[in-house]
Design a protein around this ligand. Structure first.
Ligand SMILES: Cc1cc2nc3c(=O)[nH]c(=O)nc-3n(C[C@H](O)[C@H](O)[C@H](O)COP(=O)(O)O)c2cc1C
Length: 315
C-alpha cells in the first residue's frame, strides 16, 4: 500500500486579518503586569505586559512575550535576569506609564532593585524575579522564559484587562461592601479550615465590612488580624438574605498565611476530617459543599436565602 501524501497545512492556511486576531485575543481576560530589567547602560527598563503565563511548577518557570518594536526590546533581548510585577487595581496609572513611550517611566514610580538586580514594585500584588531560562524567537515578539529565584507577594485586588479596557475587580467588591450587609469568611490555611470557638460552638468569622481597603478593627480582616491571623480574600462563595435582616449576607473564600506566631486561644484550625459538625453553630451544608468542591477545584456560587437557594456553576 502506498503512503498517502500528507496535506500541506501551510498552503491551506487562510490569511488571518490582524484586526480580527487582535479583537479575538482581546476577548481573553488577563491580569496586567510590568516586565522589568536593567539595561546594559545601567538604566531600569520596563514594559506593561499581559502575555505573562506560569509555565512550570518544578522548576518554577514563567514567561512573557516582548515585542520587537518596543523601545526596551534590546534590553530584554540581552537580559540575563528580569522581573514580572503583577499589578493591583490601584496601579492603573503605573500600567499606563509603562505602556507609553515616556522618556523616564521610573521617575515617579515606587521601585527598588530586587535580588535579580531587576526593578520590583513593592506596591504590586506579586513580583516574580527570574533568571533567563530560555529565549525563543516568535514572529514579531520574543518569548522570555524565566526561572523564578525570588517571589514577593501582597494582598489586594488585581487589575484586569479585557477587550482593550482595564477592569477593576475592586469596584465589584465595593458595590457589596456597603452598610447593612454582613460578611463572613471560610478561610483555609493549607489543608485546615478556620473556625472561631465561641463558648464551645464553632463559628465562621463574621463582620459588617470586609476591611480590604482600610482594616478597621471591626471589619472581617481587622478582626482576624486582632486574633493574630493575616488573611486574604479570594472570591464570594455564598450570597443570601436572612429573615429579619435587610442587607445581604455574603461568605467569601479566603486564605490564612501560615505563621509560627502564637494564635489567640479562640482560633481553631481543623482538617476537614476532624471537623466536629455537631459543634458548628451554622453553615455545615456550606462547609460540606466546600470540602466536596475543593477536591475538584470547581467552586459554585450559592445565591438564595439562608434556607433555600441555587448553586451557580461556571460551565
Ligand atoms: C494591557 C497591556 C498589555 C500589553 N502587553 C504587552 C505584551 O505582552 N508584550 C509587549 O511587547 N507589549 C505589550 N503591551 C504594549 C507595551 O506596553 C507598549 O508597546 C509599550 O509602549 C512598550 O514600551 P517601550 O516601547 O518603551 O519599551 C501591552 C500594553 C498594554 C496596555
Amino acid at each position: 500500500m502506498s503512503a498517502q501524501p500528507i496535506p500541506s497545512v501551510a498552503s491551506s492556511t487562510p490569511v488571518i486579518d490582524p484586526k480580527v486576531f487582535r479583537a479575538a485575543a482581546g476577548n481573553f481576560v488577563t491580569g496586567v503586569t510590568i516586565a522589568t530589567t536593567m539595561g546594559t547602560d545601567g538604566q531600569p527598563r520596563g514594559v506593561t505586559v499581559n502575555s505573562f503565563t506560569t509555565v512550570s511548577l518544578d522548576p518554577p518557570l514563567v514567561l512573557v512575550c516582548v515585542g520587537r518594536s518596543s523601545r526596551s526590546f534590546a534590553a530584554f533581548d540581552g537580559a540575563e535576569a528580569f522581573a514580572i510585577n503583577v499589578l493591583a487595581s490601584d496601579q492603573r496609572q503605573l500600567s499606563a506609564t509603562f505602556a507609553s513611550k515616556a522618556e523616564d517611566k521610573f521617575a515617579d514610580a515606587n521601585w527598588e532593585k530586587g535580588r535579580s538586580g531587576s526593578p520590583v514594585f513593592p506596591d504590586s500584588l506579586a513580583s516574580f524575579e527570574c533568571v533567563l531560562h530560555e529565549k525563543v524567537d516568535a514572529g514579531d515578539h520574543i518569548v522570555l522564559i524565566g526561572r523564578v529565584i525570588d517571589i514577593h507577594r501582597a494582598s489586594g485586588t488585581p487589575l484586569g484587562y479585557f477587550s482593550g479596557n482595564y477592569i477593576d475587580f475592586a469596584m465589584q467588591r465595593e458595590t457589596v461592601d456597603t452598610p447593612g450587609h454582613c460578611f463572613g469568611g471560610l478561610f483555609h490555611c493549607g489543608e485546615e479550615l478556620l473556625f472561631i470557638d465561641q463558648d464551645g460552638k464553632l463559628a465562621l468569622p463574621f463582620a459588617t465590612s470586609l476591611g480590604e481597603e482600610q482594616r478597621e478593627s471591626d471589619s472581617l480582616l481587622g478582626k482576624l488580624e486582632a486574633l493574630g491571623l493575616s488573611a486574604r480574600l479570594s472570591f464570594v462563595y455564598s450570597v443570601f438574605t436572612e429573615e429579619g435582616r435587610d442587607g445581604l449576607s455574603a461568605i467569601y473564600l479566603g486564605e490564612i498565611e501560615p505563621t509560627a506566631q502564637p494564635r489567640h486561644p479562640s482560633v481553631r484550625l481543623l482538617k476537614p476530617e476532624d471537623i466536629p459538625f455537631e459543634q458548628l453553630s451554622r453553615f455545615s451544608g456550606l462547609i460540606r459543599r466546600y470540602i466536596r468542591e475543593r477536591d475538584t477545584d470547581q467552586f459554585g456560587l450559592y445565591v438564595g436565602t439562608a434556607i433555600k437557594g441555587t448553586i451557580h456553576r461556571a460551565r
